[in-house]
Design a protein. Structure first.
Length: 341
């Protein structure tokens, strides 16, 4: 069983350093907000729900560290921390959701002391609830997975991407726990290999059959009849698209072409129904993530690289979205949180 991904010990936030897996198990200890922001930017902690937890803990950390200077200075420090955390990664909506949830919780506090206690309680609650939410997603999603299914997944939407259990991998874990025999094809997920390094590690630790393939093999394996369904997580679900790790869209297109169900598993905190695809910023990361491999340059000097971290899959390619409240089906008119249809 995978240990928790991110947790609080007193006035420090601990997280498993995901950049070092699967070969090293190291813990990063963040005793200030700057270090937590760095951990988010470096992907030491990553995955939408885990970013929600990190955002909440970041605000709580700022509150704990600024309890002395008086109310105005306290509020200024917490606001600055929230802004810094929010600026680390733009695509996963859960990051801002976690930050805003703790800010909202403290907004009614009468004293700085109360605000600190409330911030810590709320951030702990976000972390605690995340596992429960993932287990409910898993229970709903497991019903969609037939016994014997060969499931393709992309990136890592597992325990490591959440506080525990996982969303897409939560569905797979819950199906396995229910006694279904499953095998998973994990796309390696270029360029940072979250599928090869993290998904394969998690599933192997749990004794669930897994193989790793290059991302570019997925479509052909569908054609050969080796994939029964696709299950992925999400970083943001707008009223028209699912944002997830770059490469997800090509799997959705291929799945549709081969008549294979394409499922998305995500908590309600990932929904952003008031926005459309065009209004979302897709994070573009350093060119070096694709131009340098194993310390060696793989792209000629001076050649431009476009390193988009996410893509958007139109909702009409999504067979169903599994949430903690149940399974949503097209045409997705009743999207959670949407004020108007
Ligand atoms: C349950 S996690 C869902 C997504 O956050 C996951 O699939 C993903 O794309 C993560 O991207 P990452 O860049 O590793 O943070």
């Amino acid at each position: 069983m995978i240990p928790r991904t991110i947790w609080r010990e007193g006035e420090a936030i601990h997280l498993i350093d995901q950049t070092r897996l699967p070969t090293e198990r190291q813990i990063v200890v963040c005793t200030d907000v700057e270090r937590l922001c760095l951990a988010i930017r470096r992907l030491e902690v990553r995955g939408a729900p885990a970013l929600g937890v990190a955002g909440g803990y970041g605000v709580a950390l700022a509150a704990m560290l600024n309890r002395d200077p008086g109310r105005d200075a306290f509020l200024a420090a917490v606001t600055a921390a929230a802004d810094a955390l929010r600026a680390t990664r733009p695509t996963a909506v859960n990051l801002g959701w976690g930050i805003d949830r703790v800010l909202a919780a403290i907004s009614g506090s009468n004293t700085v002391g109360d605000a600190v206690s409330v911030a810590v309680e709320e951030a702990d609650a976000i972390a605690r609830e995340d596992e429960e939410t993932c287990r409910r997603i898993g229970a709903h999603g497991a019903a969609l997975i037939p016994d014997g299914a060969r499931v393709l997944t992309h990136c890592n939407a597992g325990a490591l991407a959440c506080a525990a259990w996982g969303t897409a991998l939560g569905v797979i874990r819950s199906a396995a726990e229910a006694g279904k025999s499953l095998s998973v094809t994990a796309c390696e997920t270029r360029p940072l290999l979250q599928g090869a390094r993290l998904t394969a590690w998690e599933l192997a630790e749990d004794g669930i059959a897994v193989r790793v393939i290059p991302d570019s093999a997925a479509s052909f394996l569908m054609r050969r009849g080796e994939i029964d369904c696709v299950v992925v997580g999400a970083d943001r679900i707008t009223r028209d698209a699912v944002f997830n790790k770059v490469g997800t869209y090509m799997h959705a297109v291929s799945a549709r072409h081969h008549n294979i169900p394409f499922y998305v598993a995500a908590p309600l905190s990932t929904f952003d129904p008031e926005r459309s695809e065009a209004e979302v910023t897709i994070e573009e990361r350093s060119a070096d993530e694709i131009a340098v491999f194993n310390g060696r340059r793989t792209v000629p000097e001076g050649v431009r690289c476009t390193n988009l971290a996410f893509d958007a899959t139109p909702l009409d390619l999504v067979t169903a979205i599994v949430t903690e409240e149940g399974v949503l089906r097209p045409p997705y008119r009743r999207m959670p949180g949407r004020r108007s249809i």
